[in-house]
Structures are given as structure tokens and as C-alpha cells.
Design a protein around this ligand. Structure first.
Ligand code: NAD
Ligand code: IPM
Ligand code: MN
Length: 353
């Protein structure tokens, strides 16, 4: 494993520090051979140099590294946040990391805001298309600054892009012995894009007759997510719907501090992907050693899993669960542990395993 680390801004650097602690602990316990190289990209670097991220990250990193461990980018001093988009969306797009895999798993029922829901009720994955849709930076304006101003944001969906992410969702269900894949769109209003997603979903589903194909409009899906999350196994959706859905979904697993993700290209064998919390740089709580590092630690577990370290990944997940179940949590979950204490406790659990 050769890991490039971009801790980024705000709480990004605080949570990644704990994930690296966990990597060190698991690495020495199980003799994992790895190298880590840390990069300073983020708001400070951009303000100093005018560079968001050098081009070589897009051309050389996929050859040099096997993964990126990422914190978060976004800083109130820099508006608009083009530098942050160049870093995160740049890597996602230019490295063709077309799947954003966002597991939603409740580790302790006391942290679920839904009444009477348990760990069994909240356990599914969202497969978010990761590079198309409104994220292509295409649009423009007309008569900007006047009363007649017009703004356009183009949403692009390609046959290839839709097909490969839907196929990944079915492959994921197949490999994990799950019985259904639900596709969510807004085809009742979005005529052209909705039609494409509908046709491709139905076609790909035919290749997996043993897996139930389900559909919900994205608005109804949000409603069902709160009413009965136990019905979901794999949800596949487009980029912006997946972005919004996974913040809501993070909340029912206990909050943004717990939600992990992998930005991956399943066909890429050497470079696995970029692993990061679903949350952002949370400037309001940055620098106080109170951010929850669990999302970053669980993202590291996903990184290890994708390098074939399945046992080690599940030991980290078990250690995280053990710490949470003991009520050792940060303020976002009503506790009083600091960021670094949680990292230490997870490492202790791994040592004692
Ligand atoms: P955010 O995820 O940073 O914060 C949302 C809320 O969740 C805040 O109340 C925050 O305090 C809380 N929170 C988030 N992570 C937490 C953690 N680990 N522990 C405890 N509480 C946590 O989202 P936002 O406020 O909408 O955005 C802040 C900045 O982050 C913006 O610049 C945004 O663009 C950026 N952002 C970056 C990423 C990324 O780099 N992947 C993702 C989302 C947002
Ligand atoms: C996420 C974030 C990003 C996104 C932002 C920071 C561009 O919200 O990873 O969920 O919209 O994809
Ligand atoms: Mn988001």
C-alpha cells in the first residue's frame, strides 16, 4: 500500500491524524507493509501559492500510489470554493473514480434519531454516481448582475456513465449476497435524464434475474428512509441525488461524524481510490479537538478492505463499535471525549483484540 494523504482544511486534518494513528497500530500489529506521503493541499496552501493541486496529482499519483486518504476541503476565507472543487472533484473526475460507495450502518441504536430503530434496521449502501450530473462544471450566465439575469447549470448523464454505475450496484449486491437493488431518480419530472436511467436500469437488471429491482422517486425515497430504512440494501442514484441522500442517511446512522465513503473505480487494479468521510471541513468546530474522527477511521477501513486487508478492516470496524458501545463518544453524540481520545481508544481496542 502506498497512500497519498490530503488532510485538507478544518477538521480534515484533525480526523485524518486519528485515522493515521489507527493505520500505524493495525499496520504494526499485522505487519502490513505500507508507505504514507502527506500533501499540504487545501486552503492555506492555495492562499500561499495560488495552486489548488498540481497537475501531477492527476497524472503521476495513480501510478505512484495505490490510494488517497482524504480529510475534507472548504474554508470560509476562500470564496468561491473553486480550489476545493479542483482538488476533490478534480481527483474524482480525472482519475475516473465513478463510484462513490457510501455505507450506511448504525453501530449503536442509542445514536439513531428514529424511534424504535435498531442496528438491524439501518444497514445498507448508497452507490452514488460520482462524476456526471451537475458536477461537470458546465453552464453559464447571461446579463449577470442585472434584473434580467439568467443562470444555467447543465446536468450531463451519459449512457456509459449510467450503465457502469448501475452495473456496479448489481455486482455489489451479487457479491454481498443481497437481494435487491433500488434505483432512485426523478423521472416523473426529468424527462430525458429520467428516461435514460429507467431504460438502462431495466436493461442491466435483466442480467441479474435473482436480484429484485426496485424503483422510487427521490422525494419518496427520502420519506421512506425515515419511515422504514430496513427495506433498503443497495440504493443506486445519480450524483446530486446521492450527495443529498447520503447526508440524510448519515444522520440515521448516528450523524456526519460516523459516515465513511470510498470514491472508487472498480476496474482499476493498481490505484484503488480516494477514501474520505462524507462530512466536510466543519469550520465551526475546527481546531478544538472535538470533531468525531470515526468517519475518517472507517474510511481507512474501507481503504484497507479494498487492498485485500479484509480481516484488518473488520477489526477496525469492531474496535470502533466497541468504543461507541461503551459510550465513549465525542460531543456530537452527546459525549465528552476529544478527537484524539477516540483515536487512542480505537487503537487500544485493536491492541487488545
Ligand atoms: P460539514 O459536513 O462540514 O458540517 C455539517 C455539520 O455537521 C456541522 O454542524 C458540523 O459541525 C457537523 N460535523 C461534520 N463533521 C463532523 C464531525 N466529524 N464531528 C462532529 N461534527 C461534525 O458540512 P458544511 O457545514 O455544509 O460544509 C463546511 C465546508 O465543508 C464547506 O466548505 C463545504 O463545501 C465543505 N465540504 C467538503 C466536503 C469534502 O471535502 N468531502 C464534504 C462536504 C462539505
Ligand atoms: C460530498 C461533498 C462534495 C460533493 C462537495 C464538497 C463538492 O458534499 O463529498 O458529499 O458535493 O460531492
Ligand atoms: Mn455532500
Amino acid at each position: 500500500m502506498k497512500i497519498a494523504v490530503i488532510a485538507g482544511d478544518g477538521i480534515g486534518s484533525e480526523v485524518v491524524k486519528e485515522a493515521l494513528k489507527v493505520l500505524k497500530t493495525i499496520g504494526s500489529k499485522f505487519n502490513i507493509n505500507y508507505e504514507v506521503e502527506e500533501f499540504p493541499y487545501g486552503a492555506d496552501y492555495f492562499l500561499e501559492t495560488g495552486i489548488s493541486i498540481p497537475q501531477e496529482a492527476f497524472t503521476e499519483w495513480p501510478k505512484k500510489f495505490t490510494a488517497i486518504l482524504f480529510g475534507a476541503v472548504g474554508d470560509p476565507r476562500v470564496k468561491p470554493n473553486d480550489y476545493a472543487k479542483e482538488i476533490l472533484l478534480g481527483i474524482r473526475t480525472k482519475l475516473d473514480l465513478y463510484v462513490n460507495l457510501r455505507p450506511v450502518k448504525l453501530l449503536d441504536k442509542q445514536y439513531c434519531p428514529l424511534k424504535n430503530k435498531t442496528e438491524e434496521d439501518v444497514n445498507f449502501v448508497v452507490v452514488r454516481e460520482n462524476i456526471e450530473d451537475i458536477y461537470i462544471n458546465s453552464g453559464g450566465n447571461f446579463k449577470k448582475g442585472t434584473k434580467d439575469e439568467v443562470a444555467i447549470e447543465n446536468s450531463l448523464h451519459t449512457r456509459k456513465g449510467v450503465e457502469r454505475v448501475i452495473r456496479y450496484a448489481f455486482e455489489y449486491a451479487n457479491e454481498n449476497k443481497l437481494s435487491s437493488v433500488l434505483m432512485s431518480d426523478k423521472s416523473n419530472a426529468m424527462v430525458y435524464v429520467g428516461d435514460l436511467w429507467q431504460r438502462v436500469f431495466n436493461e442491466v437488471a435483466e442480467e441479474y434475474p435473482h436480484i429484485e429491482k426496485r424503483h422510487m422517486y427521490i422525494d419518496a425515497l427520502h420519506m421512506e428512509l425515515i419511515r422504514d430504512p430496513s427495506q433498503f440494501e443497495v440504493i443506486v442514484t445519480s450524483n446530486i441525488f446521492g450527495d443529498i441522500l447520503t447526508d440524510s442517511a448519515a444522520q440515521i446512522q448516528g450523524g456526519m461524524g460516523l459516515a465513511a465513503s470510498g470514491n472508487i473505480n472498480p476496474e482499476s487494479t493498481h490505484f484503488r481510490g480516494l477514501y474520505e468521510p462524507v462530512h466536510g471541513s466543519a469550520p465551526m468546530i475546527a481546531g478544538k479537538n472535538i470533531a468525531n474522527p470515526i468517519a475518517s477511521i472507517l474510511s481507512l477501513a474501507m481503504l484497507l478492505q479494498d487492498h485485500g486487508y479484509k480481516k484488518e478492516a473488520s477489526i477496525i470496524q469492531g474496535a470502533v463499535k466497541a468504543v461507541i458501545n461503551k459510550g465513549k463518544v465525542t460531543v456530537d453524540l452527546g459525549g465528552n471525549c476529544s478527537t484524539s481520545e477516540i483515536g487512542d481508544l480505537v487503537c487500544q481496542e485493536i491492541q487488545n483484540n
